[in-house]
Design a binder for this molecule. Structure first.
Ligand code: FMN
Length: 211
């Protein structure tokens, strides 16, 4: 009797929370799992110990530590993203070849796992660090790469910003005259970071969805 009841309960749970698998264009299966305890907002960043880490901590403090969780991507599997309805991904730019081949950036190691999950119904905001003096032709390209990846996984991008006030020659992070997220230059414009973050948070926070 007990056995039947437990089996029945399991079947009801399965019906309520089905694990949906869909295939992408290459025929890979994407895990699209809405966890029962979905949380509101997660900050995911890498690498640790430098500019990206400092900016991630600034974001967390400004949003309020109780409202947001923060993870370095070195420490969690990509499936952790699925715990959050909304996420802020913070990255730097180290050149496309670095990300795709040399794997010096931990995000590069995260990408193959990320490609196996679906971010449909998730809201993603991007913060990209770069250097507009040394790399004017590739300013915050990493953020452009990240935008391509997450939109390909079904995410809705929020927090796009105007290019006004930025000096650069070219960037893959600019689409339809807007940056796909918030660019920051801690190398040559650190004095602008605080105000840029404040303005961006005022805009992006209302764009996040409730759980
Ligand atoms: C090898 C290398 C390549 C870089 N390539 C770019 C680039 O293509 N575009 C850009 O805007 N910044 C580039 N940068 C600048 C970094 O993105 C920037 O310094 C960032 O703040 C570093 O963050 P971190 O201290 O967390 O590593 C590069 C830096 C290094 C060391």
């Amino acid at each position: 009797m007990d056995k039947v009841t437990r089996k029945g309960k399991k079947e009801v749970e399965r019906q309520e929370e089905p694990l949906r698998l869909t295939a992408d264009l290459e025929g890979n299966y994407l895990l699209d799992e809405r966890t029962s305890e979905m949380k509101w907002l997660g900050i995911f960043y890498s690498p640790a110990g430098g500019n990206v880490h400092r900016v991630a901590k600034m974001l967390k403090n400004k949003i309020g530590a109780g409202k947001v969780d923060m993870f370095c991507v070195n420490d969690v599997p990509a499936g952790k993203l699925l715990d959050y309805k909304n996420m802020i991904l913070v990255c730097s730019s180290l050149g496309r070849s670095t990300w795709e081949r040399e794997q010096r950036d931990q995000w590069a190691k995260f990408f193959p796992q990320m490609r196996k999950i679906s971010l449909k119904d998730r809201f993603v905001a991007l913060v990209g660090l770069g250097d507009h003096i040394t790399y004017p032709k590739n300013f915050v390209d990493g953020m452009g790469y990240m935008a391509e990846l997450v939109t390909g996984l079904g995410a809705t991008l929020v927090g796009k910003t105007t290019t006004d006030g930025y000096v650069y020659e070219d960037s893959t992070a600019v689409v339809d005259d807007l940056f796909v997220g918030l660019p920051l230059d801690e190398d040559f414009e650190p004095e602008k970071t605080d105000a840029r973050i404040n303005k961006w948070l005022d805009m992006v926070m209302p764009e996040f969805e409730g759980v």
